[in-house]
Design a binder for this molecule. Structure first.
Ligand SMILES: Nc1ncnc2c1ncn2[C@@H]1O[C@H](COP(=O)(O)OP(=O)(O)OP(=O)(O)O)[C@@H](O)[C@H]1O
Ligand SMILES: [Mg+2]
Length: 273
């Protein structure tokens, strides 16, 4: 079933429900269960009731754990809706290194599947909000409920902006713009570190979108606080990935990861609350 079919079914079932308020949930969900579980359909309906989402449109990305949809908001504005659907054993294992040692989140590691998905969605929303408020260029967080997170859509008319990796592959990035872009990303890492007090921890050319010539940092669920036991090595790895991409793939003559790391960690900026 395509996402548009899912949307159609949600609409039909909602209308049915209005006419027959006692319609059983079982009937309501039969049709959409193939893609979304029952709780997810309920969560989408709740966000519609709250006036946060008007309509789910096409699917943008179907990853291993999450799907990202293009949606319309109350003012017909474009939205991106990230829905966490499953927890693979690999996911459970991989998140452990981000939550262990973080007093805010360590406890979520042993939660049952559904509770873990909800806690992870909340974590992504809270990281996104902290970054956005600190002035890091990330999609604006809008709302979330259970396993569904709604944010600003990066792109237009349902066509998402390219990832940094794709923009370079498609030859959309001029070498002269690349250096400006590199320093813009470094500036965002610095703001994230000093003003949001966070380290992305999975930064690379695959988690940066390029829109109107500006880099947008995405996929922030795993970001850790700067006092996390591994924050410094995550920060170094983020910087290393970016430096490697711009120097090896784009042939830019830029400082080494060590020099950038030194620069970022020594130039203090006040944290925002
Ligand atoms: N705000 C947004 N606006 C437009 N497209 C987005 C937005 N956020 C994410 N996307 C698209 O959805 C894809 C997956 O998003 P994200 O990286 O957050 O999820 P993920 O589950 O980590 O997926 P992956 O495993 O592919 O990295 C992104 O690569 C991007 O193409
Ligand atoms: Mg990603």
């Amino acid at each position: 079933m395509s996402p548009n079919d899912v949307e159609k079914h949600i609409e039909i079932e909602l209308r049915k429900r209005e006419r027959e308020p006692r319609l059983k949930d079982k009937d309501l969900f039969e049709v959409v269960e193939e893609v979304f579980d029952r709780r997810t359909v309920l969560a989408v309906i709740e966000l519609k009731r709250r006036g946060c989402i008007k309509q789910l449109k096409g699917v943008i990305s179907a990853g291993k754990e999450a799907r990202v949809y293009w949606a319309k908001g109350p003012e017909n504005n474009d939205l991106a809706v990230k829905i966490y659907l499953t927890v693979t054993a690999e996911f459970r294992k991989s998140i452990w290194k981000y939550i262990k040692g973080d007093p805010r989140y360590e406890w979520i590691g042993n939660l049952p599947r559904h509770k873990l998905i909800m806690a992870w969605t909340r974590k992504e929303f809270s990281n996104l909000k902290r970054m956005y408020n600190a002035g890091v260029r990330v999609p604006k967080p809008i709302c979330f409920y259970q396993n569904v997170l709604v944010m600003e859509f990066i792109g237009e008319n349902g066509v998402r902006a390219p990832l940094l990796k794709e923009a370079v592959e498609q030859g959309e990035l001029e070498k002269s713009d690349a250096e400006k872009l590199f320093w813009d990303i470094i500036e965002n890492i610095k703001t994230m570190y000093w003003r949001a007090g966070l380290v992305h921890a999975d930064l690379s050319e695959y988690n940066i979108m390029l829109w109107n010539g500006k880099p947008y940092i995405i996929d922030v669920s795993q970001a850790v606080r700067v006092d996390h036991p591994h924050a410094q090595s995550f920060l170094y790895r983020d910087i290393y990935n970016i430096v490697r991409f711009f120097s090896e793939d784009l042939g830019l003559d830029i400082p080494s990861a060590d020099e950038i790391y030194e620069d970022i960690t020594s130039s203090e900026v006040n944290e925002v609350e």
